[in-house]
Design a protein around this ligand. Structure first.
Ligand code: ADP
Length: 452
């Protein structure tokens, strides 16, 4: 087992990894920017190294600075968390060249899944259902039009290197295509330094459903079931739950089986998430794979009792799946996660600043993953996620009522947060009935405006 791990991240996920290290008896090394000097991940790590000024490019995304810290601290491995360098194949390569274990899949597999049209082709080859679309990158708006005619409108143009919902455009008719194609291309070039685009059939009112997998380095892959993440705003997740009310045990088993075979064939290691859209006939279609731990991993942990981050570390150290899991995967109850962002709850503008009061809820079935605290400051440079509130119940109704009371008991003052928005969503009849899709928030906000 590793003796020392560098946590190449900040905020709640850095703390989450530090928790796993502590439970495994591994020393954790934090890195931090000058803006994060007083952060809890620095406080709870065994060692901490300042790696630069607040700007991401000069600190958490600065590969030479991160690697230097790892060498100074003499660590065995690096856990990248999510975001930042977690899906950077080049970073994984540099780690390997420096004989530091990157806790994740190989650089080749990260690269394959990072080029989304190539990932689509790989999944299709192994029998994973994908949406009709272009075979590979589209070279021009003329080619885009040909594909769109073949697939049928509406279509969605997407960035090959996409992430965070950027570089995506829904096209409903031929006339709009050239303009939207150019918009997607310039947005993708600006955001990812890569303007490659591909195209898929656009699914009306889809549900976003994703499968969590763990794969060891000996060819064993297990599926830990699904999470439903249909409550999204601007294609970014806001509420996630497990299980999905629309996934039957048969479908769960069927998709789990296909994914296990596929990931074993592509040589996948460590934790990963395969994202699907579900159409109105309850069919699942692959959209992309994330080769890292996800923000919403706690809902799976709550219903399976598997510690995914500890599993990642054990797998990277060479453990076999049977030793990691120590028994079959059993799903019990229902869990929901609300992402608490430092944002204005309706305008969705970031709200950095000093937190004056911070009272997280507790009690049976409630988990809060956060690095925020009273008198602490939310710097303006980073992601707006400040806490993840997770509630588990014996069924969906109990999870919802537990989440409702936990949101009532969550006090954050000094900055705006999404807590009031979550309280209203949890009280909504459509949400409570499980009638959700990726357009839920838009309709929900419009409904509220209509009412007053
Ligand atoms: P990103 O990597 O930018 O997050 P994804 O491919 O994961 O992009 O898609 C993000 C979200 O965009 C999905 O959860 C869904 O809401 C919407 N979306 C993506 N592809 C489609 C599609 N083919 N039809 C309808 N909605 C889509």
């Amino acid at each position: 087992m590793f003796k020392k791990i560098l946590v190449a991240n900040r905020g709640e996920i850095a703390l989450r990894v530090i928790c796993a290290c502590k439970e495994l008896g591994i020393r954790a090394v934090a890195i931090y920017s000058e803006a994060d000097r007083n952060s809890l991940h620095v406080r709870f790590a065994d060692e901490a190294i300042c790696i630069g000024p607040p700007q991401l490019a000069q600190s958490y995304l600065n590969i030479p600075a991160v690697i230097s810290a790892a060498e100074i601290a003499n660590v065995d491995a690096i856990h990248p968390g999510y975001g930042l360098l977690s899906e950077n194949a080049n970073f994984a390569e540099v780690c390997a060249a420096c004989h530091i274990k990157f806790i994740g899949p190989t650089p080749e597999v990260i690269r394959l899944m990072g080029e989304k049209e190539k990932a689509r082709a790989a999944m299709k080859q192994h029998g994973v259902p994908i949406l009709p679309g272009s075979d590979g990158v589209i070279a021009s708006d003329g080619e885009a039009l040909e594909w769109a005619r073949q697939v049928g409108f509406p279509v969605i143009i997407k960035a090959s290197a996409g992430g965070g919902g950027r570089g995506m455009r829904i096209v409903r008719n031929e006339e709009d295509l050239p303009g939207l194609y150019r918009q997607a291309q310039s947005e993708a070039s600006a955001a990812f330094g890569n303007g490659d685009l591909y195209m898929e059939k656009y699914v009306e009112r889809p549900r976003h459903i994703e499968f969590q997998v763990l794969a060891d380095e000996h060819g064993n892959v297990v599926s830990l079931g699904e999470r439903e993440c249909s409550i999204q705003r601007r294609h970014q997740k806001l509420i996630e739950e497990s299980p999905s009310v629309r996934v039957s045990p048969e479908l769960r088993q069927e998709i789990g089986g296909i994914l296990s075979k596929t990931l074993s064939a592509v040589g996948y290691h460590n934790a990963g998430t395969i994202e699907f859209l579900m159409d109105q006939d309850s069919r699942l279609h692959f959209i992309e794979m994330n080769t890292r731990i996800q923000v919403e991993h706690p809902v799976t942990e709550m219903v399976t009792d598997v510690d995914l981050v500890k599993s990642q570390i054990m797998i990277a150290a060479g453990a076999k799946m049977a030793d990691v899991l120590q028994g079959p995967i059993v799903h019990r109850g229902h869990a929901i996660e609300c992402r608490i962002n430092a944002e204005h709850p309706e305008k969705f503008t970031p709200s950095a600043g000093k937190i004056t009061t911070f009272h997280p809820p507790g009690g049976t079935g409630v988990r809060v993953d956060t690095a925020a605290y009273a008198e602490g400051t939310i710097p303006p440079y980073y992601d707006s996620l400040i806490a993840k509130l997770v509630a588990r119940g014996k069924d969906r109704n109990e999870a919802i009522s537990r989440m409702g009371r936990a949101l009532e008991m969550f006090i954050v003052e000094g900055i705006y947060t999404t807590i009031p928005l979550h309280r209203r969503i949890l009280a909504d009849a459509e949400f409570r009935a499980g009638n959700i899709d990726t357009g839920f928030i838009e309709r929900f906000l419009a409904k509220k405006e209509a009412v007053g």
